[in-house]
Design a protein around this ligand. Sequence first.
Ligand SMILES: NC(=O)c1ccc[n+]([C@@H]2O[C@H](COP(=O)([O-])OP(=O)(O)OC[C@H]3O[C@@H](n4cnc5c(N)ncnc54)[C@H](OP(=O)(O)O)[C@@H]3O)[C@@H](O)[C@H]2O)c1
Length: 338
Amino acid sequence: MSKTANVAVVGATGAVGETMLAILAERRFPIGKLHVLASERSAGGTVEFRGDDLIVQDLATFDPTGVDIALFSAGGSVSKEYAPKFAAAGAVVIDNSSAFRYDDDVPLVVSEVNPEQVKHRPRGIIANPNCSTMQMLVALAPLHRKAGITRINVATYQSVSGAGRSALEELGRQTGALLNFQDPQPKRFPVQIAFNLIPHIDDFLDNGYTKEEMKLVWETRKILGDDSIQVNPTAVRVPVFYGHSEAVNVETKQKLSVAEVKALLETAPGVEVVDEPRAGGYPTPVTHASGTDPVYVGRIREDFSHPNAINLWIVSDNIRKGAALNAVQIAELVVSET
Ligand SMILES: NC(=O)c1ccc[n+]([C@@H]2O[C@H](COP(=O)([O-])OP(=O)(O)OC[C@H]3O[C@@H](n4cnc5c(N)ncnc54)[C@H](OP(=O)(O)O)[C@@H]3O)[C@@H](O)[C@H]2O)c1
């Protein structure tokens, strides 16, 4: 990288924002000035960056003039209001919310899958996909290029960190309460999450699916550039702190053998194959994904009920590759433009 960029992290006190700061530091992103922004609630407090305490500024009163790259992770309504203001002031906005993902003039980018789309940003806004779509497509894009995916059946097992800091706190609090024979008192989730599974993430839609499930449909088609791909998702919240898992069944036009799938995935950027048929020879959120960058793939096997289908188990850290890491990778692509 040849130059430095002035960076603003919007939502810097949140689960994603704090990981963005850590990843910017780890990857030695070439930062000129760094602004850390949140709501009035957190303004005046500090967040840590490369060993220094940075003062959090109030987004509502911040002047975006001079910001080159703005990483937004403060929710959809904040992005809708402020991202266009940052873009109008000359910043490239990389947005983690779903506010702009389905707009035709906003690219939706997974850095390993469609990095070329970063350049097509007429509004100065680039959208970061939803965490479940992100990890699924890092693994499936190489299969799609080779054999043409026609249909995906996916069940997700999504950690609580995907719902932000308050959800992490709720799992911890409920676990402690239940182990002490106390009432778990659900607040952030509609029912108890500790020692439970909840087949409901985001709002229910008229077709019976949830919005989280439909994001997998809409975003897969947009990122792979193929509206004919059929996706049938079920999204489930599980009592895991960090790391989403997905049981995926993929149907392809051409048949793929297990050996071919392994060979494709072993050379795919961002993917690590962990697939041995023995106890522990597969990825899990705790043993592999939590706090690490790769998308892990295991349990690769042919679907014996179908002539052209493969089963995969895909696991990744939803806060890193699922959000913060991909946003920083997009920022790296932007800053490396001449
Ligand atoms: N977690 C994931 O896996 C994930 C994955 C992909 C995308 N995302 C998206 O990333 C965004 C943030 O997620 P998160 O998990 O980091 O949530 P979070 O832990 O709840 O953090 C929310 C952040 O947004 C800030 N914020 C809230 N309202 C604001 C306002 N009016 N003005 C300025 N800042 C405001 C908060 O600041 P205060 O400290 O001032 O409240 C905090 O820094 C959401 O859009 C989410 O959908 C999350």
